[in-house]
Design a protein. Structure first.
Lengths: 119, 119
């Protein structure tokens, strides 16, 4: 079974996670059987490791981690690969792949451009 | 004249700003006469203050700042309003409005969901 983790930075601000929940809801609307968890680097819950464990317990063997980041900064290029490598050490049967940051997808770029022009 | 600043966090990673440049290019494609600058909080150039000054020198009197952030964390809720207030002090003729973070726009949410499902 395949799962998807929406990987975010995290924040002390509680409303910060709302867009992540909305992405998860939109995914459920587009594909109701998708197995999706949020997973944050720091400050917000659930943490990345918690989500990995949750998915592994549900029988997921393959996880795509999608960085919900605009660009490839240090968190995407260094922190995330470390977290993923450590998780694969802890769960030897688990295969984790890292997608491009969502801000690099052309459809996301176009939607952000459209929004910015509407302000 | 109206201008738009795409406000980002900034990063030590040089490729970090590519998505911002792509958003600016997509805006130019959608609306060729739009006056758009990038402006970063830290680490990347141009900084927010530099972009304000650049737009003011070009005769822009009204600026919409669009946070290219997924969610409303501290940088959007605290740092950006401070930067904007300081800029309006420095340029008394300038009107600056702050848009919602781009990650809150429904079309952006839907595009991110579609991308995540495609990974």
């Amino acid at each position: 079974m395949k799962g998807i983790i929406l990987f975010g930075h995290g924040s002390r601000t509680s409303e910060y996670i709302t867009p992540f929940e909305r992405i998860r809801d939109a995914m459920a609307a587009q594909q109701p059987d998708a197995v999706v968890e949020l997973g944050f680097l720091e400050l917000s819950r659930p943490g990345f490791d918690e989500s990995i464990e949750c998915l592994a317990k549900r029988g997921v063997t393959e996880i795509s981690v999608v960085p919900i980041f605009i660009g490839p900064g240090r968190h995407v290029l260094k922190d995330l690969p470390q977290l993923a490598a450590n998780a694969m050490d802890r769960f030897p049967g688990l295969e984790i792949s890292l997608a491009a940051p969502v801000g690099e997808a052309q459809e996301v770029i176009d939607a952000m451009a459209k929004f910015a022009l509407s302000t």
